[in-house]
Design a binder for this molecule. Structure first.
Ligand code: THU
Length: 134
């Protein structure tokens, strides 16, 4: 997975961020097994709890387009001086589609791009097994 290329796409996506309340732009670039990349930006709401993070925007765009298999995701937070990792809600949602080995990378205006994995960010994901039951 070309993290530098995906970071560029995530950064570009951050420019579409709708974040009048936090003024904190976030962009995400999600690589599909098909080779396609779907991007997302954070979309805030005046009812703050309804805000959708960039990672979940990207997942929604890709899944809505019929994608189901993903390689990894890269997140850009250009308004932060240090790399900001996906929030807890996003880790849960990403874990629905990304296995423990999948790369998750995040970078900001400084500090370089941190390379992590889904398993590092969301360990002990036992509920994932629900998918196989019923
Ligand atoms: N945000 C994201 O989009 N993704 C993250 O991983 C961290 C937080 C957004 C939510 C809100 O619009 C703004 O960043 C400030 O929390």
């Amino acid at each position: 997975m070309d993290i530098d290329r995906l970071y560029g796409l995530a950064l570009e996506a951050a420019s579409s961020s709708y974040s009048p309340y936090s003024k904190f732009r976030v962009g995400a670039a999600l690589l599909c097994a098909s080779g396609k990349v779907y991007t997302g930006a954070n979309v805030e709401n005046r009812s703050f709890g309804l805000t959708v993070c960039a990672e979940r925007s990207a997942i929604s765009a890709a899944v809505s387009a019929g994608e189901r298999d993903f390689e990894g995701i890269v997140v850009a937070t250009p308004d932060a001086s240090y790399p900001v990792s996906p929030c807890g809600a996003c880790r849960q949602v990403l874990s629905e589609f990304l296995g423990p080995e999948a790369p998750v990378a995040f970078g900001a205006s400084r500090g370089g791009v941190v390379r992590s994995t889904m398993g590092e960010l969301f360990p002990h994901d036992a509920l994932h097994d629900l998918k196989g039951s019923s």
